[in-house]
Write a protein that binds this ligand. Structure first.
Ligand SMILES: Nc1ncnc2c1ncn2[C@@H]1O[C@H](COP(=O)(O)OP(=O)(O)OP(=O)(O)O)[C@@H](O)[C@H]1O
Length: 365
């Protein structure tokens, strides 16, 4: 197995705030000067985020939310204008050139369009960062060959980028990012240019290197599907601010912010049949039943609650749709039911008492 080299340069202000943190944003902000000398543009503000060593953390946001700027601060491509970004114990804001070089070795990065050199083979692309670091040819061979094996493209070592598929090119990108033994891997929309099946296989590879090398992965994406597939923690970025963060399962199960809910639409849950949506109204009408979405966290958790609602409130509960997904390896279910308006408030109270969540989607006659 490939080994990670230890890093020791620690000078973080108040450094031991979270010993397990490999990356910590503390009130970090980034402003860009306007080209015409006008008002500065605030790209990021008040970012507080802790990335634990060995975790896979997803940053999700719309285009322009500030995702790239945020991860570019982790490898020093951008410096924060305010606050701190502390990577492996070193404050990026206060870093001199020597420390910046140390940082760049401990942070690898992969990109949406792979950024491979077209005139170099797969092997030579992976070797490049080692050549730049002055590593001998023999040492490079010792390092690159197992890396190509690890990412599953040992047989493509002499191929040029133009002779490889997108998935294979991204595997070269991952091997190149791992060449210098980084502690953190930054992924900038690394699967956005790939088809769904290739996306899944590249995400599986990232999970594998996370597990086998203990590598921390910080990825940015605009796809909740990617977060769901791979991340154990997620932060939602909107217009330069983190509007929601937490472990992936909790954020999926109980999204608090409208932006998070929008991202989750279509990723989890159920599609209501047309005969329901066509008739559904947003305001209650006489004789209409309430359409309620119940989110639960285990495949059987709703059985008792539906029976309990029926029995306690002496009412019928009609199931309209249901689905069980897997989020961060745990079952996550959504059930949509129709029930009498008179039973709505006590049913919701019962659901909440049982630790589940509910939401009224509308009313249907
Ligand atoms: N060097 C720069 N100078 C001025 N403004 C910048 C600079 N870099 C980024 N910005 C602005 O900061 C905001 C955030 O940009 P950023 O690239 O971080 O967003 P993003 O969430 O990664 O978007 P996308 O998904 O489209 O890449 C944008 O409005 C962008 O125009």
């Amino acid at each position: 197995m490939l080994q990670l080299s230890p890093h020791s340069d620690r000078d973080a202000p108040g450094g031991s705030a979270d010993d397990a943190a490999i990356v910590r944003f503390a009130s970090a902000g980034k402003r860009f000067a306007a080209p015409d000398g006008g008002a500065e543009f605030v790209a990021l503000e008040d970012i507080d985020l802790t990335v634990s060593e060995g975790s896979i953390t997803g940053i999700i946001g719309r285009s322009g939310a500030g995702k790239s700027t945020l991860i570019r601060m982790v490898n020093g491509l951008e410096r924060p204008s305010s606050g701190h970004v502390i990577v492996d114990g070193i404050d990026v804001a206060a870093m001199d050139e020597r420390k910046m070089r140390t940082l760049r070795r401990s942070v690898g990065m992969i990109f949406q369009h792979f950024n491979l050199l077209s005139a170099r083979t797969a092997y030579a692309n992976v070797a490049l960062p080692l050549e730049i670091a002055g590593v001998s040819k023999a040492e490079i061979a010792k390092r690159v060959t197992p890396l190509l094996e690890l990412v599953g493209i040992a047989d493509k070592r002499d191929r040029y980028p133009a002779e490889m598929s997108g998935g294979q090119k991204q595997r070269v990108g991952i091997a190149r990012a791992l060449a210098t033994n980084p502690k953190v891997l930054l992924s900038d929309e690394a699967t956005s240019a790939l088809d769904p099946e290739t996306t899944r296989s590249v995400l599986a590879l990232l999970k594998q290197v996370n597990r086998e090398l203990g590598l921390t992965v910080l990825l940015i994406t605009h796809e909740m599907q990617v977060v769901r597939e791979i991340a154990d923690h997620v932060a939602v970025l909107d217009r330069g601010r983190i509007v929601e963060k937490g472990d992936t399962y909790s954020v999926f199960a109980r999204p608090q912010h409208p932006v998070t809910r929008t991202f989750l639409e279509g990723v989890t849950g159920v599609r209501l049949p047309a005969f329901v949506t066509e008739k559904m109204t947003s305001e209650p009408e006489p004789d209409a039943e309430a359409v309620v979405k119940i989110v639960f966290t285990g495949p059987t958790a709703t059985d008792p609650i539906l029976a309990e609602i029926g029995k306690t409130l002496a009412t019928d509960v009609n199931i309209l749709a249901g689905a069980v997904d897997e989020i961060a390896g745990k079952p996550f279910g959504t059930l949509v039911v129709a029930l009498d308006q008179a039973a709505l408030a006590p049913a919701q109270a019962l659901i909440e008492e049982r630790g589940l969540t509910s939401e009224v989607l509308g009313y249907v006659r």
